[in-house]
Design a protein around this ligand. Structure first.
Ligand SMILES: [Cu+2]
Length: 322
């Protein structure tokens, strides 16, 4: 970024996170002013129609994990504005993502490499379960109460402007009901509400007995699936294997199945820190799932897309490492 950076006044307190960015017009005006001779004023007035960032916040997460930044961006100008870049020193990489639900009802994140567009007069919401700024491979833990610095670049048809946002780390407004499906999800929601306490907890404390997972019927009822982690208890940290057992409706072991694995933490908009895969069929309807790792305590989902012969169905395990 060769543009000079503008540093608007920092927000004065945690509650006054409203931050205005100078419009591109002012930047261009400043540059033009220089070219014409007269010195621009040291602190030009912020125009009334400048794009406005507000309510920015980041999820807490341990070092090595992922997090996400959410915010609101209002565009009162008469031009389309794009949020085209974001970066912070606390993460190895920063990406624009959007969480979407696919045809099977499975939540997944898709990259939005072009950034996000805000129409004239419109307001862009980056929020849990939707668009977000993903922080990958955190270089330090993000703890409630910290404030991190995010460099953001806006662009319209006249050019770009870059500024710094102060982003507090907090538990956030909580998940929306629509973010998760199923009755189990509703029960987990009650627990999520207690997450305000998590700032006090060791993030690495999460654990679950290996036999905590009930056998699940797949979405269309074609398969009955048992998932058994090969460490007990299951804890945050180690990469480990699971054995997945697949039966048909009549209890017959399903052999020769192809199983695709996905999942992550729906409330935190991130997937597994590893890429778990079914690597081996063990016989008798058993399959070896390798490379499972949990990067933090909380609610996780593991989704298996199972194809066997003509049959295809999806099963989701949801569980909490407390
Ligand atoms: Cu993401």
């Amino acid at each position: 970024m060769s543009m000079p950076r503008r540093h608007p006044p920092r927000p004065s307190g945690a509650r006054s996170r409203l931050l205005r960015i100078w419009t591109l017009a002012v930047v261009l005006w400043t540059v033009t002013g220089c070219a014409l001779g007269p010195q621009p004023p040291a602190t030009p007035t912020i125009p009334a129609d400048a794009p406005i960032f507000s309510d920015q916040w980041a999820r807490p997460a341990p070092a090595g994990g992922n997090s996400a930044i959410y915010l609101t961006l209002h565009n009162p100008t008469e031009r389309t504005v794009r949020l085209v870049a974001a970066s912070t020193q606390v993460a190895q990489a920063t990406e624009f993502h959007e969480t979407v639900k696919d045809a099977n009802g499975v939540m997944r994140m898709e990259p939005r490499a072009q950034g996000f567009t805000v129409a004239p007069g419109a307001t862009l919401e980056l929020a849990p379960g939707g668009k977000h700024i993903m922080l990958l491979n955190l270089q330090q833990p993000l703890e409630v109460g910290q404030v991190l610095s995010l460099t953001v670049t806006l662009e319209d048809d006249r050019g770009q402007v870059t500024t710094e946002l102060s982003v507090p780390v907090q538990e956030g407004p909580g998940m929306e009901m629509g973010d998760m499906e199923g009755q189990g999800a509703m029960e987990e929601m009650g627990d999520m509400g207690e997450m305000g306490d998590m700032g006090e907890m060791e993030m690495s404390a999460g654990a679950m007995p290996a036999d905590a997972l009930e056998p699940q019927l797949s979405a269309a009822g074609l398969f009955r699936v048992t998932a058994r982690p090969q460490i007990d208890p299951v804890t945050v940290g180690p990469i480990h294997s699971w054995i997945v057992h697949v039966e048909g409706q009549d209890g017959t072991p399903v052999t020769g199945a192809r199983i695709q694995v996905s999942g992550g933490m729906p409330a935190h908009d991130h997937g597994f820190p590893t890429v778990p895969r079914v690597t081996q069929e063990l016989g008798n309807g058993d399959y070896l799932l390798e490379g499972v790792k949990f990067s933090m305590a909380g609610v996780w989902v593991l989704t298996l897309e199972i194809a066997a012969g003509e049959l295809q169905d999806t099963v989701t395990f949801q569980f909490e490492l407390k």
